[in-house]
Ligand binder design. Structure first.
Ligand code: SAM
Length: 289
């Protein structure tokens, strides 16, 4: 079937509100269901993730299929959507038929999916994320960041600000260090609660995360997680105190890393965190700066 035929079949699908009504898709809070029904917005997100015609485009939580339709309309040639809610899986069957082989739906929990197996690179993740699992999903993707070309993701605005924060920003913390170490992240645009059905309590924002190639080799992300958890777990305290939960000899670790023991977590650059992470993983006698 030609692209024009597919486009005509997509355009002939019932409106999203009719899909929701027909399938009885009452939004479930436990699944973070806040649907996007505005075609201008779904188109804007899909275009932010372009180009979509190569490799594999992966959508988390297609719901009634608004963003899914936009991704297909913007040229996604191999789109894999992962949805946990059986009601949505049923409601998406007409869209799968209209997409004529371009859309594969996987009924699964995205937290348990092997993303490498979904299709060949370049892989792009695009999603209006379920907010209750958005942060663990992002951290999981950062751990396998080499698999992905870009990630264009909707978060609560407050989380988006933490992901894109720089040292010294009020929102700078563990999430900003982990993301900034492994990728470049920028906030693309914000959306008010009324853009969604039903509206969430907070504002939302779309973030682009672009993994660094080659991957940084100065530390392991697991060590960076431990160091940032300790440092930001007590962010008001000086590092010589807060890092005691990591190592009894926090002062020696800081000295080896060339970091003043009186500094606080929010003052440290990502490179300094990476050095601490690398050194924290070696026995004191093996440490070299
Ligand atoms: N993409 C749709 C849209 O923009 O209108 C729906 C977005 S809604 C914020 C989140 C979607 O993720 C819902 O369809 C929900 O059922 C699904 N979901 C929630 N938890 C999930 C999980 N762990 N794995 C896969 N899908 C999940």
């Amino acid at each position: 079937m030609s692209d024009t035929d597919v486009a005509a079949r997509l355009a002939a699908l019932p409106p999203l509100r009719a899909v929701i009504a027909e399938a009885g898709l009452s939004a479930r809070k436990g699944l973070g269901q806040n649907f996007l029904l505005d075609l201008n917005l779904t188109g804007k997100i899909a275009r932010a993730a372009a180009p979509l015609d190569q490799g594999t485009v992966i959508e988390i939580g297609p719901g009634p299929g608004g963003l899914t339709r936009a991704l297909l309309a913007e040229g996604a040639a191999h789109l894999v959507a992962i949805e946990k809610d059986r009601r949505c899986v049923d409601a998406l069957q007409p869209l799968i038929a209209a997409a004529d082989g371009r859309l594969t739906l996987v009924e699964a929990d995205a937290l348990a999916v092997d993303f490498e197996a979904l299709g060949p690179p370049p892989r792009r993740i695009v999603a209006n994320l379920p907010y209750n699992v958005a942060t663990p999903l992002l951290i999981g993707w950062l751990k396998r960041a080499e698999l992905f070309e870009t990630l264009v993701l909707m978060f609560q605005k407050e989380v988006a600000e933490r992901i894109t924060a720089d040292p010294g920003d009020a929102a700078y913390g563990r999430l900003g260090v982990l993301t900034g170490w492994r990728a470049e992240a920028r906030l693309l645009f914000t959306l008010p609660p009324r853009a969604f059905t039903p509206p969430p309590k907070v504002e939302s924002a779309v973030v682009e995360v672009r993994p660094r190639v080659p991957a940084p080799e100065d530390c392991r992300i697991e060590d960076l997680e431990r160091v940032t958890a300790a440092a930001f777990g007590q962010r008001r305290k000086m590092l010589r105190r807060s890092l005691k939960s990591l190592t009894p000899d926090a002062e020696a670790l800081l000295a080896h890393a060339g970091v003043a023991p009186t500094k606080r977590a929010e003052e440290l650059s990502i490179a300094e965190f990476a050095t601490l992470a690398r050194l924290s993983n070696s026995a004191p006698e093996e440490r070299t700066t």
